[in-house]
Design a protein around this ligand. Structure first.
Ligand code: HEM
Length: 568
């Protein structure tokens, strides 16, 4: 009995010691206030349920700089938007451990000399490389639009068959038939439906069928965006290999598997082993089937970013597996742009007023730029500056970025640090703690953005924003301070919006609605709670749009115009 009591006593003492060492913290003088939570989980549950609500409530209780706990890690949140520059410029707040955590926990690899590699590879998406990348993207976009338009011809053919057969139902296209009809693989196309026109939905205009014209095609919005946006992004990054030799390294296969993998992203980020998630394992198995590094760098159209980073890693004797993981990270980064494109299409379709405003701006500028003797020859050229000088397109995109942003700007504190906010309050931050700013809180602050829950496409036109009566220098912080791809992403997205409005009519099917999934805060761009069905048809006689790479001519080495992006 005595032995049992002693053992029990020992166990309780050990557990109490471990608890005090790992979880418990007493606030020291000068440190931010602590928001206490569950004795084991800390504040993990309210944070993962809805981070913005939790952080707002905490701020109301203890002020805009405070510390809380996620499992065993203490985080200090700086929710003072005016202190953004001070935060991102503090040399003791280091991004490297965060980057390593993502590389290690989510992608299972270590990047040798990572900071140097990112700094060097980052050059490959700025200056002349930025312009060249947009040029390649624009060409790939034309190709993707062409292929998708061809599918509506296919729908048209099928419609006739449908009419002949008197089938009054939607039909799913036979996988193989679609596979032969265009570049898209069978996975994407397996979800393509024909809107036969015979089962017209109430409230929707009749499919515009004329000789030689397509009919409305139905698709899931994610699938549609994948074909017209993710494909060109994918080919811009990796080029087009010798088709057939690349197997499952195909944009639609990669996209489907990335979609699946991303569902588990937050679990992996917090360190849970991927083996717990068989579906994620399966997806990664497919994603890992990539061309060898030697083949990749020689692929036609492979980006300078991938070429440079691959060669850098080879020089450091990193394995083929590491290179594959790095390619996945780069895709993961670009997947954000895909999600924004999804929301752009959704918001255009959701509200006729938004669509009309964006369309008018695009049509006016296309009309003004148009050259050519007749409709068949109409063509309009856009430079990067031209793209950036469309206030409605710019504001619409910024509003999407505001509402859909889920990013946490996180750093690790590398030494005990006194952090002083812009209004002069000083807080002691402990070495080893995480420290963060949270753009979604700023983006939904009613003092900065009036009616923050309402989507206002023109919110950013000639606008300034204020907090406590002081102008906010950085109202939009969704790219953080380090993102090299900000200018590229914004240009690609604007060019996509212009082109999609010019080339397609797109509509949501009746009653189809979705929302950003707020349990996914932590993803840079929030995914939808569920997908929606849409339908599309190419616009007849659409003017051909071209991107003009004028880098270096007329001194245009910089990007001018509205919100072209500024990395601090
Ligand atoms: C809508 C699209 C995108 C969003 C929302 C986004 C957002 C972000 C954010 C929040 C960070 C962390 C920054 C920080 O903590 O200060 C980041 C880092 C980064 N982004 Fe982006 N990004 C996007 C697109 C891109 C693209 C297209 C590229 C490349 C061409 C890119 C390249 C990078 C790189 C290389 C980093 C890491 C920088 C470093 O390690 O120092 N991003 N991005």
């Amino acid at each position: 009995m005595m032995v049992v009591t002693v053992l029990l006593g020992g166990l309780i003492t050990a557990l109490t010691y471990a608890y005090l060492r790992i979880f418990y913290r007493r606030r020291k003088p000068g440190e931010p206030p602590i928001v206490h939570g569950h004795f084991l989980l800390g504040n993990s549950l309210p944070f993962t349920e809805n981070a913005v609500n939790f952080l707002n409530k905490s701020r109301d209780k203890v002020g805009d700089v405070f510390t809380f706990r996620l499992l065993n890690k203490y985080w200090t949140m700086v929710l003072d938007i005016h202190s953004y520059e001070l935060f991102v410029k503090e040399k003791n707040f280091d991004f490297k451990p965060i980057e390593e955590m993502v590389n290690n926990n989510v992608f299972g690899y270590h990047l040798v000399d990572g900071r140097k590699m990112v700094a060097e590879a980052g050059q490959k998406v700025s200056g002349k490389y930025l312009f060249a990348t947009v040029e390649t993207f624009a060409k790939n976009l034309i190709e993707a639009f062409k292929q998708t338009s061809k599918q509506t011809d296919n729908c048209s053919r099928r419609k006739n068959i449908t009419a002949i057969n008197q089938k009054n139902t939607e039909m799913k296209i036979d996988k193989q038939e679609v596979h032969h009809s265009g570049e898209c693989g069978s996975i994407a196309d397996s979800e393509l439906f024909i809107d036969s026109g015979l089962n017209q939905q109430p409230g929707l205009p009749t499919g515009e069928v004329g000789p030689g014209a397509g009919v409305w095609c139905q698709d899931e919005l994610r699938n549609f965006t994948s074909k017209i946006f993710f494909s060109p992004v994918f080919y811009t990054i990796f080029g087009r290999g010798d088709t057939g030799s690349s197997g499952s390294f195909h944009p639609q296969v990669v996209h489907k598997n990335f979609d699946l993998f991303h569902k588990y992203f937050n679990f992996l980020l917090f360190g849970l082993p991927i083996k717990l998630f068989p579906k994620a394992m399966e997806a990664v198995g497919v994603l890992a089937q990539q061309p060898s590094s030697a083949e990749m760098v020689n692929r036609n159209g492979c980006s300078d970013y991938i070429k440079h980073s691959t060669q850098f890693m080879l020089k450091n004797n990193q394995s083929e597996r590491d290179i594959i993981c790095h390619n996945l990270i780069f895709l993961h980064i670009n997947y954000n742009t895909f999600r924004v494109a999804y929301w752009c299409l959704y918001k255009l379709m959701e509200d006729d007023v938004v669509m009309a405003a964006v369309k008018k701006e695009v049509e006016d500028v296309v009309e003004a730029k148009r050259t050519g003797a007749n409709e068949a020859e109409y063509e309009a050229e856009f430079t990067a500056d031209d793209i950036n000088k469309l206030p409605i397109v710019d504001s619409f995109l910024n509003e999407i970025m505001r509402v859909m942003c889920g990013v946490l700007i996180a750093r690790e504190c590398t030494a005990d640090t006194k952090f002083t906010t812009v209004d002069g309050r000083t807080f002691n931050i402990r070495q080893g703690d995480r420290i963060a700013m949270y753009p979604p809180v700023f983006h939904h602050d009613p003092e900065v953005f009036q009616d923050p829950e309402t989507f206002k496409y023109d919110r950013f036109v000639d606008a300034e924003f204020f907090k406590h009566g002081v102008r906010v220098k950085h109202p939009m912080t969704g790219f953080g301070s380090l993102c090299f791809g900000q200018k590229l992403a914004m240009l690609q997205l604007k060019w996509f919006i212009i082109n999609v409005v010019n080339s397609f009519k797109v509509e949501l099917l009746n009653g189809e609605r979705t929302l950003p999934n707020k349990t996914m805060y932590g993803h840079e761009i929030l995914p939808p709670t569920h997908d929606v069905k849409c339908r599309f048809i190419p616009r007849e006689r659409a003017c051909t749009l071209k991107f003009l790479n004028n880098y270096g001519s007329n001194g245009s080495r910089q990007l001018n115009g509205t919100s072209s992006g500024s990395v601090l």
